[in-house]
Design a protein around this ligand. Sequence first.
Ligand SMILES: Nc1ncnc2c1ncn2[C@@H]1O[C@H](COP(=O)(O)OP(=O)(O)OP(=O)(O)O)[C@@H](O)[C@H]1O
Ligand SMILES: [Zn+2]
Length: 725
Amino acid sequence: MPEILRVAVPVPLPQLFDYLAPRGALPAPGCRVVVPFGPGRQVAIVVGSSDSSDIPLAKLKRVSSVLDAQPLLSSELLATLQWAARYYQHPLGAVLEAALPVGMRQAKPLPFEGYRALALSADGRDTSADTLRRGTRIRELFERLADGAQTYAALDLALPRWRDSASALRQRGLVETVALAASPVLGARVAPPPLNPAQDAAVTRVAEALQRFQPWLLEGITGSGKTEVYLGLIDQVIAAGRQALVLVPEIGLTPQTLRRFRDRFGAGVHALHSGLAEGERSRAWLAAARGEANVILGTRSAIFAPLPRLGLIAVDEEHDASYKQQDGFRYCARDLAVVRARALQIPVLLGSATPSLESLANVAGGRYERLELPLRAGNAKPPQLRVIDARRTRLSHGLGPELLTALRETLGRGEQALIFRNRRGYAPVLFCHDCGWHAECERCAKPMTLHRQRGRLACHHCEAERRVPMQCPECSGANLMPQGQGTERLEEALGELFPDTPIVRIDRETTRRRGALEALLDRLGPHQPGIYVGTQMLAKGHDLPNLTLVAILGVDEGLHSIDFRSSERLGQLIVQVAGRAGRASKPGLVLLQTHHPDHALLGVLIRGGYRALAQNLLLERRAAELPPYTHMALLRAEAKDAAAAEEFLAACATVCGEADGVAIYGPLPAPMPLRAGLARAQLHFSAPERARLQALLPGWMEFWRQLPSARRVRWSLDVDPIDLY
Ligand SMILES: Nc1ncnc2c1ncn2[C@@H]1O[C@H](COP(=O)(O)OP(=O)(O)OP(=O)(O)O)[C@@H](O)[C@H]1O
Ligand SMILES: [Zn+2]
């Protein structure tokens, strides 16, 4: 009988570890066990068992205890995680650690104690509702509880502001928190709108193929009603007794999105994202694992949710960069969605108005099927896009006369405008008019951004901050001037130009607090004039019916970026921001102000839209042998001393030798050669065949780990990097 367990331990080592199984028991793969490790103990996951080990039996330690009687990770999920560890060349223990909520990584029984619910206390049950003032929210909550305990999730739906009332009742000892074993499933409350023909066709085609693996690219212009397509399909998936997983970008998971899903599918919808308290995360995770959740709506890491009855995966805004984890375990959740769907033989739906070139190439190659939503839902028309030549015009704080006229007209009609500028802070540069000095982060060798309200200079690369100097540190002159516009400066300028108009700034500064984004978006009602100023946070998903003018500033920097994905990114950003205009009954106008009105990218975008731009970019990528036509990996190294980083990478390249079918470039300095005080360099690998690169990487990694120079640098491998930064 096999009595050796092979376990993954959450440490940054690539290998599995062998332990003797506990006497008389053989925990199954996917169970958690506690093992002695080094001087302490670790919670590990059983990956397999064997009757032999490379280590002499006498030297093997025994598992201390078994935490789960049933596997916490299903064989499907464990297999996906193993696949991901291999593909992204990341230690399985660390992959498991990244995939499991913190509550599951501790040597404790499962933290599940039922669904939190609010109930009347003994005193509460002895109290008459008439002791509470009629018509108040407190009384309404009390009366609802008199019918029985209500889960927090149900209360969130029924009485959005119940928490304040609950604390008032709690202070008087009338209510208490209890645990309910099962979440009562609330039925749908909002009937779906009748689908338009394109939506209907999309739902029908996928619904006919729910029993097999098929990636679908749902290419729908902004405001075309992609979400209704997901909802329509999920309806059928739930009716068939299965679960659905919906991924949205980091900032796409707003209470509005959650509400939209809960309105349709009731309390069986669970959110899973990093902003949740640990208890809530564990609860949602377990609800998924036990099959109680019908729908998991989550951000990147929700791709690792355990879903025993999974029948459909949808990835909204599939082009979004937030699906790629940019440190540690550098996985792409969109790609793993396809991997998981294939393992489960279910459909996966990738939705976007501006699909990634990877997905478009997959359609062209016949691997994905395309579904199109060419029209806006309801009666809305796509906005009109116009380029404004900013050369030789008088700009007032970066705003040209044509733009200001359009702004005035929009506000005059009682409508709203959005000024998009992808730079937070007051000005990107603070410079001395007398001697030409400018404030620079010495750890990154990049200009520091002026944040005037906070009175700070901040480096947006390493987060370093310092006070704004009163005079020039070089020449002691007093003529320090902000140069360029950030959102903070635009807000100030617009406030002076339109003193009677409400102005709402949305960027990382103003939305730090939880719920702040929603509060800001709600500040302008749907009927009053007003101006939104903001960064790309405003580009995504928002549906603001009275917004008719979008002005896009500062695209010129993006036109000259060197990253090979920058044109794709810029095109997506422009189309997504533009897509906020005219989403309801009123027509939308988009003005793009630039000093390069003849730039090819803009021309193609105006004449042919994103589709044409993407076609051009695909041709360029093919000619330049770049992704999606080659497969890349990037080995990054950083060290205090530039020579150490280069030396390590040179040694790495030597190890690789002549690699058939893989081109190796470097060591090269990184596009940002200095960051946070560390010199950065890289080695690029690129191969026409993914399998070729995948076959070589594991062996190389093993050698690289053992290089003496590896100890003097911080290094990491990024498979399918989304930028070379
Ligand atoms: N069939 C329909 N009939 C009427 N209204 C609809 C229909 N489908 C969607 N809508 C409405 O159209 C608006 C846009 O829909 P939705 O948010 O799903 O679009 P989207 O394609 O996800 O947009 P974006 O990519 O720009 O965020 C929403 O207000 C939605 O309620
Ligand atoms: Zn810096």
